[in-house]
Design a protein around this ligand. Sequence first.
Ligand code: PGA
Length: 251
Amino acid sequence: MRRKLIAGNWKMNGLRASATQLVQGLLDGVSGGGPSCELLVCPPACLLETVGGLIAGTPIALGGQDCHHGAEAGAHTGDISAAMLKDAGCAYVILGHSERRSDHGEADDLVRAKAGAALAAGLTPIVCVGETAAQRDDGRTLAVVEDQLAGSLPQPAPGQALVIAYEPVWAIGSGRTPSTEEVGEVHGAVRRWLDARLGGEAAAAVRILYGGSMKPGNAAELLAVPDVDGGLIGGASLKAEDFLAIAQACD
Ligand code: PGA
């Protein structure tokens, strides 16, 4: 039985004051007994210490938004290693988000190396895949997603210590979401793909999140789709009330 994971991807948002306020709101919300799902927040790197300090010892986990593809330390200006994220208290790291793929030209093989580095440091990678609007219109959604899985997942891929996020690029930040049938089609295909490569037990342990304009109003129906094991939430993770409402929609 996979426990659902609700992960907040803060992207490039937050200053120490606003981040503190947001986390305080989340902690208030879970103080009387939180939702049954696992909660995760992934703030910008410079806020990891602030946020990590506030959530230490609470049921909310900490994650990074990216990491270096190999080295634990060294001459890599601007980069942060997986070991550094681990040292800062992270349990997870988001990798291969479509914004990294498009803004920074990250290709599958780089994402795979990053995922390997994350695993080596004891982090659980959240590997993002998803088609563009043009690829969906061409009927290539499943082929694109399966190609990204084949190229981006660490090898060998573990079961339990791996999360995949299906995020249609056209749904991110747009307010548009695929239908529950379309989400179910992709998540089912991802599970079958994993099954064929990892075998039943490991494949069954991988959590597959949906991401892209998930909000309180659509969370319950998206989270009820078979093989949707949680959500990767951008915009709605910046409001404590909305993030908590999405988490509660797991129950
Ligand atoms: P969104 O972003 O919820 O704002 O669409 C999701 C994501 O990019 O992870």
